[in-house]
Design a protein. Structure first.
Ligand SMILES: [Zn+2]
Length: 100
């Protein structure tokens, strides 16, 4: 179908236009591939900062399902044995480390 079209017109300009279209398509394709790779690299690690009610001792651990700010997961303070509550939930992007 495409070759028939080129032969019919036998136009050099059309050929160039066709080549440019292919190049453009390839650039677009590689860009999509790059984007896909970037998306797999971004793997945010969610951290939770626990704070002791009694002495203010801070502890950081990985996020667990069901965690929310001000929740008391039942963890005890390493220093005084007081109740810990979730103070901050934040994420760290691993992208930089994964690139190397
Ligand atoms: Zn404490």
């Amino acid at each position: 179908m495409i070759t028939k079209l080129v032969l019919q017109f036998d136009n050099f300009e059309l050929l160039i236009l066709f080549a440019v279209a292919i190049i453009f398509f390839l650039i677009l394709l590689t860009d999509i591939k790059k984007q896909g790779r970037r998306m797999t690299l971004v793997n945010p690690e969610i951290k939770v900062q626990l704070l002791c009610e009694e002495c203010g001792f801070k502890e950081i651990r990985d996020f667990k399902e069901g965690d929310y700010i001000s929740k008391k997961p039942g963890d005890k303070c390493e220093k005084c044995g007081g109740d810990m509550y979730i103070d901050i939930i934040y994420s760290i992007s691993k992208q930089e480390g994964a690139r190397q």
